[in-house]
Design a protein around this ligand. Structure first.
Ligand code: PXL
Length: 275
């Protein structure tokens, strides 16, 4: 029996993906599957399907703030996860939120580009994110491309990884998780760094490449597990396993990339990936 007072609540802030593979829709599905109530605030609305992002509109910072205030006026949240913020003004809005309301468990997935390479934020917002938002945040979860954008460091090997993590740590963020799934080689290596200790997560690469929303699911899962009281290392490890299982079970529903499926239990989904 779960009492309402014990339910953990996370607000996911980002862009909508009408095809449900990435963005806010991936966040909601992940958070709810992991037993956390998902509140949301939209920073942007994209037009996309499994083949890619066609266009997007960014909502105003005022409208974003109104959505967040409506929720916080009504309830307390235990975590915040951000994705596509779309503008420097929206990044500043989240900086006010995290610093002013002192929301714990703030996980920043620094969404910069879509899988198809389309820029999802203006370049100027990347500096604002580093200088004005990260100093107040608990964790940033860039993949290699995002870590390169954020730091200017070319990441080719594990030493570069450490350099990028150190550079990001200097922004003031408490934890950096650089996800190395896209690095050459048979292993997927992620580095978790708190300024002192380097924790490596090494797994065999899963030979399924084109699943969308893995970064959204990863950051949401970490946020969910942290609100449930898990230690950082354990939360990251468990989130990795969660996302790996989603990749292994992903199915082709459209004409492009594969979709993660959240609505079936273990064993209910056949091995056939096509619709
Ligand atoms: O996966 C990053 C991402 C996040 N949020 C939205 C997106 C994407 C990638 O396309 O469209 C809305």
């Amino acid at each position: 029996m779960v009492n309402a007072v014990d339910i953990k609540k996370v607000i996911a802030i980002g862009g909508s993906d009408p095809s449900g593979g990435a963005g806010i829709q991936a966040d909601i599905k992940t958070l709810e599957e992991l037993g956390v109530y998902a509140y949301t605030a939209l920073a942007a609305v994209t037009v996309q399907n499994s083949k890619g992002v066609k266009s997007y509109d960014v909502l105003s910072a005022k409208f974003l703030r109104d959505q967040i205030e409506a929720i916080l006026d009504d309830t307390k949240v235990h975590g915040v996860k951000t994705g596509m913020l779309g503008s420097s003004e929206n990044v500043m809005e989240i900086a006010y939120l995290v610093s002013g309301q002192m929301i714990e468990n703030s996980i920043i997935d620094p969404v910069i580009k879509a899988n198809d390479g389309k820029m999802l934020v203006p370049e100027a917002s990347i500096t604002v994110l580093k200088k004005r938002l990260l100093p107040y945040c608990f964790m940033i979860t860039p993949n290699i491309n995002e870590a390169e954008w954020l730091t200017g460091i070319n990441i080719r090997n594990v030493d570069d990884f450490v350099g990028a993590a150190k550079a990001l740590k200097e922004t003031g963020v408490e934890w950096v998780l650089v996800k190395g799934g896209h690095l050459e080689g048979g292993k997927a290596i992620d580095l978790l760094f708190d300024g002192k200790n380097e924790y490596y997560f090494e797994t065999d690469k899963i030979p399924i490449k084109n699943v969308r929303g893995t970064g959204c699911m990863m950051a949401s899962a970490i946020c969910a597990f942290l609100t449930q009281g898990m230690q950082v290392y354990d939360a990251v490890g468990k989130a990795k396993t969660y996302v790996a299982n989603k990749i292994k079970k992903a199915v082709l529903l459209g004409k492009g990339s594969l979709q993660a499926i959240h609505s079936f239990n273990e064993g209910e989904l056949s091995e056939d990936r096509t619709d």
